[in-house]
Design a protein around this ligand. Structure first.
Ligand code: ZN
Length: 505
């Protein structure tokens, strides 16, 4: 035991170094998207590539493999959900996967991500897709090389999906999405005349929106000791440590909807904030999967952040900060505006009902690009065609269309589906926690969010990557992945806004 314990400590030391490099990479990425002057792009791409290569080398060192072999007995001596067994199991999974990737390819993928991000920004600025196309071509080429490292596989997309949803298969996603797409397209067809949401638009100075968002998130559990909120082009959250959470946002002077993106990123931040501190500097110190992460952001953004009870507490303060715009708008009207559903072209601004359709069409396009059925040259047209088919609207131009998302520039394929899976999981968790905690609305009306935060911490967050997503879902929500509760939730929502709509479809 003592010698195995010593070897385990040695493992922790090695993992700590890998984790330090990875978190330093997160910090460079955060800086790149919030503070870095444009001129830093090329240097930053090299810096990130170098750090990624060293992290990859440490994380795939033969000595690490030997340690993992020696610790097989120690792993089984400990209960599967124990810290020790979990660290060894998750490290072995990462090790075996990462070892398939040559360091040079890992570094090249990281470099291409930095340059691709810059290319995406330039293309958006010039409203010219052609400036981005070479970057996308390079990405697809590298993605194919990456996929090839993982042979044999049933579906090339399985490899990419597995990076975000451990062990999830493309066919499983397809089954959930087929059901969702059918249900949602029918719901969208039944929409009545959209509710008036003009109260969300007008003169909303960003500094005051930022101050309001900070107050609201402080009430939800964001403290200045461990969190930051900064501006960016495409909002995201990242965690340098569980005591150093970075949220980013984009606030617009002519509308107040940017506050919702703060609420969204808070959900991601809280997950990282509430992971068991013991997991610090180990591979367990993160969310179970991207879909689980997204379930948390969507839960805070949509289920809590669009609830009438939540705004009964916060709205008077919002009115106080924007008296010219909101003094004469009752909270019920503001709440209805926040919950407006209507097809639109931009995913991040989409309402809850149409949101998953945006995701499903991107999932389909990624698979088609990977298979070569859609080439980067065809993409703008293919993108617009799907938006038209599923949502009945047409993007005004490429910024509104194919260039709207950052993901095809700097992240890997396989990420988009996790957004819609996150929606599905968020409602499964919500149904379960509502059973456990009873009526939360009366707490929200009083500005109390502690019991929700604690339930999530206890049942989901603290476990980090200890459990694979299906097991965590079973433990926390009491069942397997199931789109039906989510569809029911949306039907009720639409029915409330447009009485009779769900019967008409
Ligand atoms: Zn998110």
């Amino acid at each position: 035991m003592s010698s195995a314990g010593g070897r385990f400590d040695e493992l922790l030391e090695r993992l700590g170094a890998v984790s330090d490099l990875e978190r330093a990479l997160f910090l460079l990425g955060w800086d790149e998207e919030t503070k870095m002057p444009r001129g830093g792009a090329v240097a930053r791409a090299e810096q990130r590539a170098t750090l990624a290569r060293i992290a990859h080398e440490l994380g795939t060192a033969p000595e690490l493999g030997e340690l993992l072999e020696e610790l097989r007995g120690f792993e089984t001596e400990n209960a599967p959900e124990s810290f020790e067994a979990s660290v060894i199991r998750v490290t072995r999974r990462d090790y075996e996967k990462e070892r398939r990737i040559p360091s040079a390819l890992r570094a090249e993928m990281t470099r291409a991500a930095s340059l691709g991000y810059r290319g995406w920004l330039e293309a958006r600025e010039a409203r010219d897709y052609e400036l981005f196309r070479p970057h996308l071509e390079r990405r697809i080429e590298l993605t194919r090389q990456y996929v090839a490292c993982h042979e044999p596989y049933e579906d090339p997309y399985d490899v990419l999906l597995d990076d975000h949803e451990p062990n999830m298969r493309t066919v499983e996603v397809e089954a959930v999405f087929d059901r969702l797409r059918d249900g949602l397209v029918r719901l969208v067809a039944g929409f009545g005349e959209p509710v008036d949401d003009s109260c969300l638009y007008g003169d909303f100075p960003p500094e005051r929106q930022r101050a309001f968002a900070r107050e609201m998130l402080a009430r939800w559990g964001m403290d200045d000791d461990a969190w930051r909120l900064d501006d960016t082009v495409h909002p995201f959250a990242t965690s340098i440590a569980h005591t150093d959470i970075r949220l980013t946002t984009r606030l617009f002077p002519d509308n107040v909807t940017g506050i919702l993106s703060c609420l969204h990123e808070f959900g991601h931040g809280l997950y990282e904030r509430q992971v068991d501190p013991r997991y610090f500097r180990t591979p367990l110190a993160s969310g179970a999967s991207s879909a689980f992460h997204e379930s948390q952001s969507r839960l805070w953004e949509n289920v809590v952040g669009r609830a009438l009870s939540t705004w009964q507490f916060f709205y008077p303060r919002l009115q106080e900060m924007f008296p010219e715009r909101l003094a004469n708008v009752p909270v019920e009207e503001f709440h209805r505006a926040l919950n407006r559903v209507a097809p639109s072209t931009v995913r991040v601004e989409a309402d809850e009902v149409t949101y998953s359709l945006h995701v499903i069409l991107r999932f389909e396009l990624e698979r088609e690009m990977l298979a070569g059925a859609v080439t980067p040259a065809d993409l703008p047209e293919a993108f617009d065609a799907k938006v038209r088919d599923y949502l009945g609207v047409v993007p005004a131009d490429v910024v509104d269309g194919v260039l709207q998302d950052v993901h095809w520039s700097d992240s890997s394929f396989g990420y988009f589906p996790t957004y819609a899976l996150g929606n599905v999981i968020s409602i499964q968790l919500w149904d379960r926690l509502s059973q456990d905690l009873g009526d939360l609305d009366s707490e929200f009306e009083r500005g109390e969010f502690g019991s929700l935060r604690e339930w999530l911490g206890e049942n989901v967050h603290r476990w980090g990557r200890t459990f694979e997503p299906p097991e965590l879902l079973e433990r926390a929500a009491g069942g397997p992945l199931d789109p039906e509760p989510y569809l029911r939730y949306l039907e009720e929502k639409v029915e409330k806004l447009y009485p009779g709509a769900t019967g008409r479809r």
